[in-house]
Write a protein that binds this ligand. Structure first.
Ligand SMILES: O=C(O)CCC(=O)C(=O)O
Ligand SMILES: [Fe+2]
Length: 311
């Protein structure tokens, strides 16, 4: 695992999710597909095979850093960063409760971020990949992960599965360099091939409820709650199969993955650095889109998107 260990000469990095450490034997490096950028047939095949494409350096690094500059400027302005350091370093100010921070304000009307995600190389990639015009969701998910726990494992389909489901992809974009201490995204190898997962948990809609059984949450009882998969990451890995794949990310890299690929965030083990990333979504322009994520003020998932069904 050359990249996973390059920053630490004395010890291999440890990875955890919500405080539970991963079995180091079952963590490996994401496969870099950037050399296939001009072979769209090979990229489509690889997406089918792997469930993700890790494209190192697909984006223009300076443009990503400009987006980070604007984000960290806003965070500093609101007093979330330690003024003893340059804002670009995103060092958390002490004695402020990070759970009170609302990251949405970092993405809104952020032209530098929109340029990275919705113009240029990433949009060109999706146009080539779909072979037709692209629609992106209007909602941009900005993640600011303070030192501590990261997002639990899940598939995105349960949050955004009311329109196109197969040709809909997430782009996870590090907004700055994200070394192994800062954590980052982990993908569960081959998880998109697990038919049982697809046919059970994969049919869940986090905002769906049983109209004829008001107390029952339906699928949630089997696989988890709130859309997340039940159990700790090594249990999930053993049930679904595969290893957890990650890397040391650099600004300019992007991970693109399908709706049925299991993924999670890795905990931020740094003493005071905030991890910044975004996730954005893309589909062919002529297929239906999940309306919760479209428009000038998308409702996103949550109570406003509740939809009843007969269970
Ligand atoms: O950044 C994370 O921690 C999770 C990201 C994620 O779930 C996504 O990109 O869909
Ligand atoms: Fe996700």
């Amino acid at each position: 695992m050359p990249v996973l260990t390059e920053e630490t000469t004395t010890a291999a990095p440890t990875f955890s999710n919500r405080g539970v450490h991963l079995d180091a034997q079952a963590v490996d490096e994401l496969r870099d597909s950037s050399s296939l950028r001009n072979d769209i047939v090979a990229l489509r095949q690889r997406m089918q095979q792997d469930g993700y494409l890790f494209m190192r350096g697909l984006l223009t690094r300076d443009e990503v850093l400009e987006a980070r500059r604007e984000i960290t400027r806003r965070m500093a302005e609101q007093g979330w960063l330690d003024p003893a350091y340059p804002a670009m370093d995103a060092i958390a100010v002490r004695a402020r409760d990070a759970s009170k921070f609302v990251p949405d304000i970092l993405a809104k009307d952020n032209a530098a971020l929109a340029k990275v995600l919705y113009a240029g190389p990433l949009m060109d990639f999706f146009r080539d990949f779909f072979g037709q015009p692209v629609r992106h969701f209007d909602y941009t998910w900005l993640r600011s992960i303070w030192p501590g726990p990261a997002n639990p494992s899940h598939c995105d389909i349960v949050y955004m599965g009311r329109g196109e489901r197969e040709r809909l992809f997430t782009a996870w974009t590090p907004l700055g360099d994200i070394d192994c201490e800062l954590g980052g995204l982990a993908i569960l190898e081959g998880s998109h091939h697990n038919q049982r997962l697809k046919e059970t948990y994969g049919q869940m809609d986090v905002d769906g409820y049983c109209a004829n059984k008001p107390d029952a949450r339906g699928w949630g009882k089997v696989w988890g709650t709130g859309g997340h998969l039940k159990g700790h990451p090594d249990q999930i890995r053993r049930v679904v199969g595969g290893r957890w794949l990650t890397t040391s990310y650099r600004a300019g890299d992007v991970v693109i993955f399908g709706m049925f690929t299991v993924h999670m965030g890795l905990d931020n083990h740094s003493p005071n650095r905030i991890r910044l990333s975004s996730d954005s979504r893309y589909q062919p322009a002529d297929t239906p889109a999940d309306e919760r994520w479209i428009g000038p003020n998308p409702i996103a998932h949550g109570p406003a998107g509740r939809r009843g069904r007969i269970c």
